[in-house]
Write a protein that binds this ligand. Structure first.
Ligand code: HOZ
Length: 429
């Protein structure tokens, strides 16, 4: 598969953009080789500038539940753009969007739009601190909540991929207010709560993690976490930037049966445009400015293009709840094929899947938390990634990420993927 044009663009990009990319994982650094520059997406496919057609399992890291560029989102955008791109003043679509989110996610009674998942998580923490009058937060090792200073401590995703889970530039002060617990380990949470009595404002978690690869919180763990937050008056925040509206209409909280106090969203609520949101209990959200004292603002927040695209996506989900059944069937089919492929080479590599999010870990021990995830052989993942890419399958260019199935993936795509998987494993094991 030729990548000459991508290679030239990458060299050019590196002169003007740090590392040649605007977000680290896409540079292919952990898998080696040349990142593909994409010229177009349609349905389940992406097309690179070298003319290669790729079956895409990133889907812009989650939002493309219906594949690339579905007609109903194009139409919503084209209609919106006729009326202007940004006003910095309220529009009616923002109310429709907020109402729809509160309808689909019962724990969300009020919601504020922002421009990215990072903004959403940073703002949710500020609100939790303002609401409780406390300063410390608990996050989980390997969970990633965007690149806000106080989250870049033992973080997952790109931070983990590049081996600097705690970034330079994060001050000691910021780090001191962030306590790190072990995912799926209630004892570690209890210990921190005990040691920091009445000081913890919030616990933030990806209840189904996408950013150390796919890892689901145990039912008992997440219920106990809810319990301890209630007892200690700690705001429980679910980071649903990846899982919101992807795993179910009501996100990870719906499938786990636990209601957080605040939730953060991104990706799909912009239908593929840059957007984020945080929301939750009215009593908490009402302290956000201008109804309350906690300041948070943004000129592009509630941007009419993003709102119209997102509203089209969420309306589609509301009107067609069977999309989740379709996603489950397709994902299940892919899972079976992948597991057969693993067996065919006599290995027991772990495959974690929750709905249409999944990860093949190159380790034979169950992956339930950060420590078990990092046992994966990342060199082998790199070989696997390239074997698949050479066969036209585009996977996350890092072991510690999820891959995403969309309704646009056809049976032919899935069969082609499974065939490529068998061949690649045979080649690299
Ligand atoms: N690490 C991000 C997803 N978990 C990747 C974002 C991007 O490169 O677009």
């Amino acid at each position: 598969m030729s990548a000459n044009i991508s290679q030239n663009l990458f060299e050019e990009a590196k002169k003007y953009i740090p590392g040649g990319v605007n977000s680290p994982v896409r540079a292919f650094k952990s898998v080696g080789g040349t990142p593909r520059f994409i010229s177009k997406g349609a349905g389940s496919k992406m097309f690179d500038v070298d003319g290669n057609e790729l079956i895409d399992y990133i889907g812009s890291w989650g939002p493309h539940l219906f594949g690339h560029n579905p007609e109903f989102i194009q139409t919503a955008l084209l209609n919106a753009i006729e009326n202007g791109t940004s006003f910095g003043a309220p529009t009616e679509i923002e109310i429709k969007m907020a109402k729809l989110i509160t309808e689909l996610v019962p724990s969300v009674e009020m919601v504020r739009m922002v421009n990215s998942g990072t903004e959403a998580t940073m703002s949710a923490i500020r609100v939790a601190r303002g609401y409780t009058g406390k300063e410390k937060i608990i996050k989980f090792e390997g969970c990633y909540h965007g690149h806000g200073d106080f989250f870049l401590i033992k973080a997952g995703s790109g931070a983990l991929t590049f081996g600097v889970p705690t970034s330079p530039g994060v001050t000691k002060g910021n780090a001191a207010d962030t306590l790190v617990a072990d995912f799926n380990n209630m004892e570690s949470v209890k210990k921190l709560v005990e040691q920091n009595k009445n000081e913890i404002a919030a616990v933030i978690i990806e209840a189904v993690v996408g950013n150390m690869g796919t890892v689901r919180a145990n039912d008992s763990f997440i219920k106990e976490l809810r319990g301890i937050c209630d007892e200690e008056k700690i705001v429980l925040i679910f980071d649903e930037v990846m899982t919101g509206f992807r795993l179910a209409q009501g996100g990870a909280q719906e499938i786990l049966g636990v209601k957080p106090d605040l939730s953060t969203f991104g990706k799909i609520i912009g239908g593929g445009l840059p957007v984020g949101a945080y929301g939750g209990k009215k009593e908490i959200m009402e302290i956000v400015s201008p109804s309350g004292p906690v300041y948070q603002a943004g000129t592009l927040s509630g941007n009419p293009l993003a709102m119209n695209a997102g509203f089209a996506a969420l309306t589609y989900i509301k009107d067609n709840p069977e999309v989740y059944k379709t996603l489950e069937e397709k994902s299940d089919y892919l899972e079976n094929g992948i597991k057969e492929g693993i067996k065919s080479v006599g290995k027991n590599f772990q495959f974690n899947r929750v709905g249409s999010m999944m990860t093949l870990f190159f380790t034979e021990e169950p992956v339930v938390d950060f420590n078990s995830a990092v046992k994966s052989d990342t060199t082998l993942y790199g070989k696997y990634f390239h074997g698949m890419l050479n066969r036209g399958i585009y996977l996350p260019p890092a072991q510690f990420e999820a891959l995403f199935v969309s309704t646009a993936h056809t049976m032919e795509d899935l069969d082609k993927t499974i065939k490529a998987h068998f061949e690649t494993l045979k080649e690299i094991i």
